[in-house]
Design a protein around this ligand. Sequence first.
Ligand code: AMP
Length: 415
Amino acid sequence: MLFEDLSLSKSIQRAVFEEGYLNPTPIQEKSIPVVLEGRDLIGCAQTGTGKTAAFAIPIIHQLHRIVGSSKKAKQIRALVVTPTRELAVQIGQSFDTYAKYTNLTQLTIFGGVSQNPQVDALKNRIDILVATPGRLLDLHKQGFLDLNHLHTLVLDEADQMLDMGFINDVKKIVKLTPKNRQTLLFSATMPIAIRELAEMFLQDPEKVEVSPVSSTAEKVEQRVYFVDKTEKRNLLYSLIKEENLSNVLVFSRTKHGADNVVKALRKKDIPAEAIHGDKSQNARQRVLDAFKNKEVGVLVATDIAARGIDIEQLPYVINFDLPNIPETYVHRIGRTGRAGNGGIAISFCGKDELPYWKDIQKLIKVDVKTISDHPYQWHSGSPEAGEKPKNSNRSGGAHKSRKSNSSKKNKKRWY
Ligand code: AMP
């Protein structure tokens, strides 16, 4: 299918063509006609599948027809609620790109920065508002925005909003919008709470789903290093140095850990920056821009901060720490090998992380290459050497999480 076949307005087709998109991605092919029909939609798709355009393009098409020619209309017609500031910025940029040959206007609002410029901007005509939940409710409470004329509401990354504790905010937001709105809900996974949310707020939704989360992993070249926990920094340094890696996105489980990795690399003269929730929005954006412009070769991120990072052709992703939720691994490595490009995902697995690695393998069903030719292995060798860890401290404090059942399952396997 071509974009031309979707009967989109010429202004959108032109913008999309200039972006170099020829064919809609599967989520776009399935969602765009449904949204154009005005129906509610549940989209099960993760970042990297082209889901932003899947909702942005039909919204722009509809609004362009309805309000595009009227200079007077001064009402928010579409609202996108998304969990993180980075995602909000990225979605706002996508709307700007696809709507550049229309006269629709969009505004992106998020917390962590002064509200004044956002309040000023809201005095102008805004057709499309992209927002994180907290700042949206805050500005609404102060009377700076009105959602009574909303045509379409998008709840983006709904599972992430749930994880981040925004579910009640999301419910409040939905209640501020008209009952006859169109609602589009996108989520990478569909836990019960999200299905309930959909049941509560969507009317006869069409469900579309693309490549289950585990399948993305097949396109990326994956390697695992079983490494002594205390040697992870040395391994990272030697990989970057010896293999001359640049444009590397490194995942750390904690903010503190991310800062420490950056410090260790800088000590060895490798320019690195961290991106996580403790940094101001401006600092995060600066770091991201520097990484995109290749001024900084290594970006160390936590999962939440990394959600909004969209860099095409990111060649390397390194899991400095393994995530305790297997789907997160797939999200992480999905940062590389985007839009058909190849990529390499390298994982460091400490002894205490072995249960997580087992869970990941179970999900992805890919035989990941073990690199054992390195000097930083577990003292007693890697699991491939036939060793079963006697005391892998897998329920230890550092990895305690809300999904600790993973550890319990693995206890059975290893003892
Ligand atoms: P998303 O899943 O919305 O984060 O999009 C992932 C990436 O795919 C972004 O860099 C988009 O610019 C790109 N993209 C979206 N739609 C298409 C398309 N139809 N063809 C090629 N690239 C696309």
